[in-house]
Design a protein around this ligand. Structure first.
Ligand SMILES: Nc1ncnc2c1ncn2[C@@H]1O[C@H](COP(=O)(O)OP(=O)(O)O)[C@@H](O)[C@H]1O
Ligand SMILES: [Mg+2]
Length: 289
């Protein structure tokens, strides 16, 4: 197995509040793992993920991710590094003025993907999250669960090898939480590494992956599965309905079906907008998402 993420004796002090959010923290995560990060509020979970995305830099210690040495990475290389990651936040962070299709397409446009590729891939991604009928809706016309599925489609747009999700189910109901993690689980089974912070131990129990518990900036425990967690897994009244109902297999048939269903019309909209959204947009705008 290939080492994907390595934290060695990492400490993070927020100077303004003099808070030691992580304290001499070391962890290794291999390619293809699915890791749940749990722990009470203020434990340091989000700090850990922000260090992984290089949204924050460590006060001491070293971080290596996806072959990038984050202590010595050049500023100009950071956008390339970030492209190896798909990031999902609790509060979705969709662009409110863009419709669902364009929110996903935008992630591809900022890295210079061709419209041809975008036209094929966005319908596929929206099919994956069960939102092919909402392509033209704006984020404020969607439920929390739907918005999070758009964010997930966006995170998958550029074939990142690692998905980093900070409480992605914090604002959605249990059934939809289950669906979202079920989808992440499928994506993980196809080879993508998934690192997910959650408060929902039922989810952790249901999907039964490695569980790292953080307390006061250190690892309190690190188990290969959820057998030590004493809560019930999720069970829904109609299991057939619950399991993977949003998942669409990647096959030519699905692509044709999705494309015929709505892509042609949407494409007209996009071409008129091409002039506004060029592929030369700065990485800062992409980072702002
Ligand atoms: N930008 C920041 N500036 C100052 N203190 C922060 C900042 N972000 C987090 N903290 C503090 O660091 C500690 C860990 O926070 P965080 O990593 O967000 O924890 P968690 O995600 O586990 O709730 C908390 O005490 C929090 O108040
Ligand atoms: Mg947090």
């Amino acid at each position: 197995m290939l080492l994907l993420i390595k934290f060695e004796s990492v400490s993070k002090v927020y100077e303004d509040t003099n808070t030691k959010a992580l304290n001499n923290f070391s962890v290794e995560i291999e390619t293809g793992e699915f890791v749940f990060i749990v722990g009470s509020s203020g434990a340091g979970k989000s700090t850990l993920l922000k260090l992984m995305m290089r949204e924050e830099v460590p006060t001491s210690g070293t971080i290596n991710i996806n072959g990038f040495d984050l202590n010595n990475i050049k500023k100009s290389k950071i956008p390339y590094f970030r492209r190896t990651l798909g990031i999902v936040f609790q509060d979705f962070r969709l662009i409110q003025t863009m419709n669902v299709y364009d929110n996903v397409a935008y992630a591809m446009r900022v890295i210079g993907s061709r419209e041809n590729a975008i036209r094929k891939r966005v319908p596929y991604l929206l099919g994956l999250v069960g939102l092919n009928s909402k392509a033209r809706s704006k984020p404020n016309q969607l439920s929390g669960g739907e918005q999070q599925r758009v964010a997930l489609a966006r995170a998958l747009a550029n074939n990142a090898n690692t998905i980093i999700a900070d409480e992605p189910t914090g604002n959605v109901d249990p059934k939809m939480s289950y669906e979202i993690v079920d989808l992440l689980n499928h994506i993980n089974a196809d080879g993508t590494t998934v690192i997910m912070v959650t408060h929902d131990l039922h989810l952790v129990k249901t999907f039964n992956h490695r569980v790292i518990t953080i307390k006061n900036g250190v690892i309190e425990s690190d188990y290969p599965d959820a057998s030590h967690i004493d809560v019930e897994p999720y069970k829904f009244d109609n299991p057939e309905d619950a399991v993977g109902s949003y998942f669409v297999e990647e096959s030519g048939d699905d692509l044709d079906y999705l494309f015929q269903n709505y892509a042609i019309d949407v494409v007209d909209d996009i071409e008129s907008e091409d002039a506004e959204v060029s592929s030369t947009q700065s990485s800062e705008e992409a980072d702002a998402e």
